[in-house]
Design a protein around this ligand. Structure first.
Ligand code: ATP
Ligand code: MG
Length: 399
């Protein structure tokens, strides 16, 4: 809430996995820098610089601590960010560091206990970190007479990082989502429903650095297009942190009707799903994606028994990534809440999954039996028609 004072407001962006990437490190850092710059246009960001082991986000003059903290919490949700800290950049002079520490601690109120933790990235700075901790600590005790220094389990940690030409001082830090910057791990194609699971699955792979395209199958023209709108809402949530590149929409209803008419009812769901996977694989190839993602979780529903998962796997040559395969529904729900997609996913909308469902779906399908049932329709032709008719919407991604 306090005014900025004489020092420039900055956000320090910490990352860890990137630090492990050897000679690729600088590529990963540049990717993260571009992503942060591209995604923060709605925030008072002037520029982003690389310093050793950190990115520094420079904020506009005159922005408040609330602006800075909001920006820090937004950046913390961008894949690749392990932690963000909101504070100040100041000259490498003790009186400046003292003043910046007072300003930083003031913003961390209310608090009762604190400690100072200083670090010198360059030992050319004449004062060692122990001395800085002690001296800045004494200045802060004087400025905040009710506060106490505490070495463990303190309310606030005032951090000082002295680098080559400047010092950074902050007392406000947030954990980030971690992972790798989007754009550092290739392209994937996610089968995205408007349900709870698949947005979480997509996000988990985006957090591993993948550029994620998606395909949604609606039940149109047999159902309304409500699920398409929900998927668009979900994509807008994922778009904020650069986690989705595009969504293809495919109307499956007519084809489901034909499967329902011509094939044994217990196999319907598996046949719908094999058709979906084949279309997804073609669309993936067309946009350079090398694997599919689904939100499947072992045993969650009839189509996700081990035998049935094997039957859908056998429909395509591409690897299928199922990041939630060993995750309980409750854990997925918690992640969907954190991600901000849960409320959208619990809105009711019919899609291809609710259409022409059999009374008792097969839970242990055998591949030869399924392949035989598929002989009843011209599948290759259908896949080509569905791929041709797919529409595509592109979402904002930093380049
Ligand atoms: P979700 O699993 O996303 O909550 P759901 O529970 O409605 O949705 P399931 O029957 O569990 O869907 O389907 C398993 C997976 O198949 C989904 O996680 C998703 O990857 C894919 N899938 C299901 N329905 C669709 C659809 N209409 N369009 C695209 N992919 C779908
Ligand atoms: Mg599911």
């Amino acid at each position: 809430m306090t005014a900025q004072g004489p020092y420039q407001r900055v956000i320090l962006v910490h990352y860890h996995e990137i630090g492990l990437k050897g000679h690729n490190r600088s590529k990963f850092e540049s990717r993260l820098l571009k992503n942060i710059l591209g995604l923060t246009s709605g925030y008072p960001v002037v520029t982003v610089h690389k310093i050793s082991g950190r990115l520094i986000v420079f904020l506009k003059e005159g922005c408040t601590s609330d602006d800075a903290h909001a920006c820090a919490s937004f950046i913390a949700r961008i894949p690749g960010v392990a932690r963000t800290s909101s504070g100040f950049k100041c000259p490498r002079e003790m009186q400046d560091i003292d003043q910046a520490a007072i300003a930083a601690l003031e913003e961390a109120s209310p608090f009762q206990t604190f400690k100072v933790a200083a670090r010198r990235a360059h030992t050319d700075f004449p004062i060692d970190s122990m001395t800085m901790n002690r001296d800045v600590g004494a200045v802060l005790c004087e400025a905040f007479p009710l506060a106490r220094v505490k070495m463990k389990e303190m309310d606030v940690e005032v951090r000082i990082e002295v680098v080559q030409n400047a010092a950074f001082v902050y007392a406000f830090s947030l954990s980030g989502v971690g992972g790798l910057p989007v754009g550092s791990s290739g392209k994937l194609m996610c089968l995205l429903s408007s349900g709870i699971d698949s947005p979480v699955a997509l996000w988990q792979m985006a957090r591993r650095g993948a550029i994620c395209h998606a395909v949604h199958f609606s039940g149109a023209p047999e159902t309304s297009d409500a699920s398409e709108f929900l998927v668009d809402d979900i994509a807008h949530v994922l778009e904020k942190t650069g986690c989705i590149a595009s969504v293809y929409t495919v109307a499956l209803g007519t084809y489901q009707r034909r499967i329902a008419l011509e094939c044994p009812p217990p196999l319907r769901v598996i046949l719908y799903r094999r058709l979906m996977f084949k279309v997804a694989e073609q669309l993936a190839r067309s946009c350079g994606a090398k694997a599919l993602i689904t939100g499947e979780s072992l045993g969650q529903v009839a189509s996700q028994t081990l035998d049935n998962l094997c039957c859908t796997d056998a429909a395509v040559a591409m690897p299928i990534f199922r990041p939630l395969i060993g995750t309980d529904k409750q854990e997925i729900i918690t992640r969907a809440h954190e991600l901000g997609t849960f409320a959208i996913s619990t809105e009711d909308a019919p899609d291809c999954c609710t259409l022409f469902m059999p009374r008792s779906p097969e839970t242990h399908a055998k591949i030869p039996q399924v392949e035989e049932a598929e002989q009843a329709f011209p599948e290759e032709e259908w896949v080509a028609e569905l791929v041709d008719a797919a529409t595509c919407k592109v979402y904002a991604q930093p380049r």
